[in-house]
Design a protein around this ligand. Structure first.
Ligand code: CA
Length: 230
């Protein structure tokens, strides 16, 4: 099955070049040239990944990203930012972006990141135990949805992948290095802070009291453990 990518970019030259390159890598590409069109297409069609420019006419990339997460979509999103734009990556993470690429970028670098995110998308699994209930939280691994008392909890694709990994390894202590390798696909341990930032974000969104985490438990000196609530 060909993977479908939505490219939202207002600079025509870049849009055409990128679309050509993605198609040559066997992706099916849909383009949008402004923010409103991008949001509409993203809501109406199923995509495996979205490449989203930050500065767009009619609606900014961050607003689109936030709206998509609020709507419960966990599609991976890579933001394209200009070098002159200062991007607060922690803020971006909060609104649900999965990765950033700064323009001008090497095509090969972007392709690597696209592949890395697509490889880790939660695939439709055939296992029966795909719905998990933790207190007021309901997590549907197959439907990739997280709700609290029926209300959607917006998660980024990476957050969902991390949550899924935790659930699949309930009760096991997981080191930051293992999480990085298995969830992010990085072999280097230079980015273990990334894990902490994402765990903090999951706690903020999913714990009853993020200061006293009951689900994402810190195991001092070792890493984290996902504990099923009583
Ligand atoms: Ca732009």
């Amino acid at each position: 099955m060909e993977e479908r990518i939505l490219l939202v970019e207002d600079e025509e030259a870049l849009r055409v070049t990128l679309a050509d390159r993605l198609q040559s890598e066997n992706y099916t590409v849909e383009c949008a040239s402004d923010g409103e069109e991008g949001l509409q297409k993203a809501l109406e069609n199923r995509f495996d990944l979205i490449l989203l420019d930050v500065m767009l006419p009619r609606k900014k990339g961050f607003d689109i990203c936030r709206d998509l997460r609020k709507a419960g979509l966990v599609v991976p999103i890579i933001m394209l930012t200009a070098r002159t734009e200062t991007v607060d990556k922690v803020l971006g993470l909060k609104i649900g972006a999965d990765d950033y690429v700064t323009k001008p970028f090497q095509m090969i670098e972007l392709m690597a990141r696209v592949e890395a995110l697509l490889r880790r998308v939660p695939r439709q699994s055939t296992d029966g135990g795909h719905v998990h209930q933790f207190g007021r939280l309901r997590i549907d691994l197959r439907g990739t949805s997280v709700t609290r008392d029926g209300q959607v909890v917006p998660l980024s694709a990476r957050e969902f992948q991390l949550l899924r990994y935790f659930i699949e390894h309930q009760g096991t202590t997981l080191s930051r290095e293992v999480l990085l390798k298995d969830v992010w696909g990085y072999s280097a341990d230079a980015f273990t802070r990334t894990v902490d930032v994402h765990v903090a974000s999951l706690r903020q969104k999913l714990e009853e009291d993020s200061k006293k985490p009951a689900l994402f438990v810190t195991v001092l000196g070792l890493g984290y453990k996902f504990a099923r609530q009583a």
